[in-house]
Design a protein around this ligand. Structure first.
Ligand SMILES: Cc1ncc(COP(=O)(O)O)c(C=O)c1O
Length: 457
């Protein structure tokens, strides 16, 4: 049981039924006068939350409270950034001290070395690290390094993989109706954003993921031209789609053979499944890894880690790979990262994350079975997703686009939000377990799921 569960919710199994959200609605009205869509990312506004977002006031542990005082168990956890939940006492202390001493100097600090030591202790595959400010910045830098290292320009990305909002990555990362996707051998190339020159995508080779023969074909035909293959470790932006056994290894083998680098995007999976990320969990070694989210425990961070011979290309000189940034190695955040690495190194942390997550997953499957709901749960331990589908599994982007009832999922999550469970209604994200979630949270969650199922049928 977690000792940071809020007192206000100590009565076992008490439902957290939401009453009015009037103040959220009023605040959202006001926000829309000054902010585009009333928020700072489309994934937080009325495009996803209907009729508008729950406006959050504060959080503690695994719980949050909205402006109307409604209490929720938070399973969004800031898209996975909050690996220790909200306001962890150790992090509050570290941040308070760092603020009082000066937040940032844009100069060398002991904090950045301690943060780097902590990260490299956790990720044995990596020899050195460079800190940036977001996952997008990390994947951006990773590609620049790979291009410099190989002297090649093209790279391979997979359908449905999201690597941040850098121009060349914004191809076929969003779901679309199946009829628009073209055939697997020659996938339709669908830009995710206006404002990107078509020429940018000329360097992008696009392939379906989790498909051995497609990978082998593309690598045979174009591998020798590729600077890199970039892949998420678990497909986390179409819900939660684990790699088929041996698939990531196959990318590793084929990139080695062709001289392309393997960039592993662990922005979501890093520090979640194992101390050394999904690469440690699955047992393989990428050339460059991008981290973000959980690394900062709720603070903005990105990092590129990997072999010294590659990252050393950033060393100052005529031939350097340029990576500047006023806020790189931000002193306050480096203190948080160093403390976070210590917290995550404590004995039993990952066992517990898996135990709590697996209990939620098996509980969900049991509710769906009992309620005769055509729903599956994919993923394991600290990250999973629910798909309303009659398929036995969702294995790639095309399965997601063809067989997942995302509208039903949104209705389901909206019932849960009304019942004190906070989650985005977007099916392409995933449920997150933090070190703050307790057995009691899972019990309450499963009871709410049962009620939501009753309302759906
Ligand atoms: C797999 C993956 N890579 C990169 C990013 C970009 O990270 P950030 O939002 O911190 O820029 C995300 C964000 O969701 C992501 O899911």
């Amino acid at each position: 049981m977690n000792d940071r569960s809020p007192d206000s919710h100590s009565k076992l199994n008490a439902p957290l039924t939401t009453r009015s959200r009037q103040r959220s609605e009023e605040w959202f009205e006001r926000a829309q006068q000054f902010l585009v869509e009333g928020v700072n990312s489309p994934s937080r506004g009325a495009a996803v939350y209907s009729p508008g977002p729950v406006v959050i006031e504060r959080g503690q542990g695994s719980h949050i409270w909205d402006l109307d005082g409604n209490e929720y168990i938070d399973f969004l956890m800031a898209f996975g950034a909050l690996i220790h939940g909200h306001a962890h006492p150790k992090l509050v202390e570290v941040v308070a001290r760092a603020v009082a001493e000066g937040t940032h100097f844009a100069a060398a600090t002991p904090a950045e070395t301690r943060a780097a030591e902590g990260l490299l202790r956790m990720v044995p595959n990596a020899e050195v690290v460079r800190f940036a400010n977001s996952g997008s910045e990390a994947t951006m830098l990773a590609l620049r390094l790979a291009r410099a290292q190989t002297g090649r320009t093209k790279f391979l990305k997979f359908e449905g993989h999201y690597h941040g909002w850098y121009d060349p990555y914004l191809l076929s990362a969003h779901p679309h109706p199946s009829r628009q996707l073209g055939c697997k051998e020659s996938p339709a190339r669908i830009p995710d954003s206006r404002g990107i020159p078509a020429t940018t995508f000329e360097d992008v080779v696009l392939a379906p993921w989790n498909d051995f023969s497609a990978l082998e074909r593309v690598m045979k035909e174009q591998g020798h031209q590729l600077a890199a293959v970039i892949s998420e470790a678990v497909m986390a932006n179409m819900g939660s789609i684990p790699p088929r056994p041996g698939y990531l290894d196959r990318i590793r083998q084929l990139t080695r053979k062709s001289g392309a680098l393997f960039i592993l995007d662990e922005v979501v999976t890093g520090f979640r499944y194992a101390p050394g990320g999904a690469q440690q969990f699955y047992g393989f070694e990428p050339d460059i890894t991008a981290f973000g989210k959980a690394l900062g425990a709720g603070f903005p961070i990105g990092a590129v880690a990997g072999r010294r011979s590659i990252l050393e290309r950033m060393r100052w000189g005529d031939e350097m790979v340029l990576h500047y940034g006023t806020f790189n190695g931000h002193r306050l955040i480096m203190e948080v990262v160093a403390a976070n690495m210590d917290l995550l190194s404590a004995p039993g942390v990952y066992e517990r994350l898996h135990e709590v997550g697996d209990a939620a997953i098996s509980g969900l499957r049991e509710v769906f079975r009992r309620r005769h709901m055509p729903a599956i749960v994919q993923g394991f331990g600290p990250m999973f997703q629910i798909y309303f589908t009659d398929r036995e599994g969702i294995y790639d982007y095309r399965d997601y686009c063809a067989y997942v009832d995302a509208a039903r999922y949104a209705r389901f999550v909206n019932h849960l939000i009304d019942d004190g469970i906070f989650m985005t209604p977007s099916n392409s994200l995933h449920w997150i377990i933090s070190t703050a979630h307790s057995d009691q949270d899972i019990e309450i969650f499963l009871q709410a799921v049962d009620r939501a199922c009753a309302k759906l049928t």
